[in-house]
Design a protein around this ligand. Structure first.
Ligand code: BGC
Length: 474
């Protein structure tokens, strides 16, 4: 078995060296292409907050319709994730991603040419279908392609592209406010990464694990020969086959069995906590929150760009250290950091003695918050759900976690402004802080360490074979 010891885990510099050497260059290249899916996700969820005021000037939608222009993508993403759970098994990870690029192009064109509010909402729903699909099939595909030693960093490329998409959306928003740009361009330009994803997926190889599952073992061997330089291909293939055969009696309905539930709960827990700590109130309403802290509307839009840059840069840090310090450490530390930032931010809004003349404190809290998220829950949720599920139901289980993630995202984003009006800004952020504390306890007791281990090994630890046996005996 291609097992590596803990001591061999990859430090930041070692990650770069290993990722850039020999055949690993090829595998990190295809991971980067697959991560374009993350860019679509980040850009489209980030751009709408910037474009909305300009759309409102043209179409004059009601408040209700405006919130649906923002939220339609989140609902679409839930539906897209459900469909992708089936498609990535049936037609492969690779072709599902290609399809999501095509749907995305159609959605971006439809949004750019929208003639009325209903049209725009429908286009945003179609974009959501693509975004929901890409959001988990990208990490799944990358996790199945890369060697264990650099899997954490390479799967996190996807999150890096999410943050790059958000950052570019903020910059576009800044330009929209300073130069007169048409919002149609801002929505339409997304055709470019969508087409890039669709085209590049034609040229990448299938996931070797999907191939084995479909009985195409010779093709899987060929893929491994192209993507592995320092490991024993026969041993790795045997390991994948072994696990795949033992679990071949799985059916989708087995997802709901009592024995599988704890694993499904870990994914759902990570998904819901990732959203319920309030990250997208910061991402979607960054300039609104910074405006609350006393910055003028214009400078708040610029300060939001700083938040985007911090998110992006700290995700690079996460890539470099993920395979070195491990997922659990980053998850726990990152969530503790953002929790402290939320407590102080809540106090800042609650006690006027703190906010008077100290608008910098509000900005510092938002920046510290995003640092905590970018090294912890941001990347680790998507990474973990690509690692902890047995091959036989990986796509379906990832789809379930992803649906919960987009659903929770919808709830937080939809109710944030109403919540601040009903109970005040301070208590709103304290609620998120309370949730972060519960999240830390959940991660501490429930989430396993998956650093530097073959997926099949993790599968054995979480009980994949035992579960398969139990299903067989029923
Ligand atoms: C989350 C998104 C969030 C983004 C921010 C992702 O991991 O799923 O909801 O907007 O991180 O960087």
């Amino acid at each position: 078995m291609a097992e590596e010891s803990e001591s061999e885990s990859t430090s930041g510099l070692a990650f770069v060296k290993f990722a850039a050497s020999g055949k690993n260059r090829f595998v990190t290249g295809i991971a980067a292409l697959a991560a374009l899916g993350g860019f679509l996700f980040g850009y489209d969820t980030g751009i709408i907050g910037q474009a909305l005021p300009h759309i409102q000037q043209q179409f004059h939608p009601s408040t209700f319709a405006s919130s649906w222009i923002v939220a339609a993508i989140l609902i679409g993403a839930m539906v897209g994730a459900a469909g992708a759970g089936y498609l990535s098994e049936a037609i492969s990870r690779k072709w599902t991603k290609c399809l999501s690029g095509c749907v995305y192009v159609a959605g971006a064109l439809a949004a750019a040419f929208a003639q009325d509010v209903m049209w725009l909402i429908a286009a945003r729903f179609v974009l959501g279908l693509a975004v929901g699909t890409a959001s988990f099939v990208a990490p799944e595909y990358i996790a199945e392609q890369t060697p264990p030693k650099i899997r954490g960093g390479t799967v996190t490329y996807n999150q890096l592209m999410v943050t790059l998409g958000i950052l570019l959306a903020y910059i576009a928003g800044f330009l929209l406010n300073t130069v007169t740009y048409d919002w149609r361009w801002m929505l339409g330009i997304a055709v470019v990464p969508g087409a890039a994803l669709a085209i590049s997926m034609v040229f990448v190889p299938h996931s070797p694990r999907w191939l084995v599952k479909k009985g195409r073992v010779d093709e899987a061997r060929k893929v491994l020969e192209r993507t592995r330089s320092d490991s024993d291909i026969d041993a790795e293939l045997e390991n994948i086959q072994d696990v795949s055969e033992k679990e071949s009696n799985w059916k989708v309905r087995d997802l709901f069995r009592a024995k599988v539930r704890p694993l499904i709960l870990i994914g759902i827990g990570l998904a819901v906590f990732q959203q319920f700590v309030g990250v997208n109130t910061v991402i979607y309403f960054a300039s609104t929150i910074l405006h609350y802290t006393g910055a003028s509307q214009d400078s708040a839009v610029l300060l939001a760009v700083y938040v985007g840059v911090t998110n992006f840069v700290m995700t690079i840090v996460a890539i470099l250290i993920m395979d070195w310090v491990g997922r659990r450490w980053l998850l726990l530390t990152g969530t503790a950091i953002l929790c402290v930032a939320l407590i102080v931010l809540g106090a800042y809004f609650q006690f006027s003695s703190l906010s008077h003349g100290a608008s910098w404190l509000g900005l510092v809290c938002v920046i510290v918050y995003i640092i905590g998220f970018a090294i912890g829950l941001g990347p680790v949720f998507w990474l973990m759900i690509s690692e902890i599920y047995p091959l036989q139901f990986r796509s379906q289980a990832m789809a379930v976690a992803t649906i919960f993630n987009w659903g929770a995202n919808f709830l937080v984003a939809y109710f944030f402004l109403q919540e601040t009006q009903a109970i005040g800004r301070g208590p709103t952020f304290w609620i998120y802080a309370g949730i972060a504390i519960v999240a830390i306890a959940f991660f501490w007791f429930k989430v396993p360490e998956t650093k530097n281990r073959p997926l099949e090994d993790i599968e054995r630890e979480v009980g994949g074979e035992e579960l398969a046996q139990a299903v067989g005996e029923d």
